[in-house]
Design a binder for this molecule. Sequence first.
Ligand SMILES: [Zn+2]
Length: 185
Amino acid sequence: MHTYSHAVFTWAVIRYLKREESNAALWGAVGSTVPDVPTLVKAARLLWYRRGEISKEEFKEEWLDALEYYKEPSGKVDLALHSLVPVGTLIALYKVLGLEDKDPHGALLSFLQGWAGHNFLDLPTHADDARPPLWPIVRWRFKSPVSYWDRKFYALPILFVEHGAILVLFLAFLYETYQDTTTQS
Ligand SMILES: [Zn+2]
């Protein structure tokens, strides 16, 4: 799934579940982008260093390509961030240490939940480039029959579903905001 979709979906889910805490949804969205940061940084750096060698058009094209970046998992940091082991450990620690009291608005918990949610959402949307969800303990990986980017695995219909869902959420948000303003006035 594209990084921005992770952010939008996480934001919507947490906003729905924790209505009183508006910042929690934002922190969840930030957390949901964490696993993709290493690859995005790598892609950005690569493009930046190549900017003198390629034309503006090529640069633009490569950048769009880079947004579908991870054809291949990009190393141990990427694997660790996409595994449920580190983030699951952090969530367990959060509970064990009783950090709820220090985190009254649930910002930290939402951040961790957003991060974990990313890894769950990646399970059904990566085929050949699936990562082991329990790395480094178990190397087994689930190769989904569908992929969000690989056309061999129904990327086109997935693209429509993914962006259709974003559109629906956007319209629902607009409608809600509109309702709020009309009931207030
Ligand atoms: Zn990912």
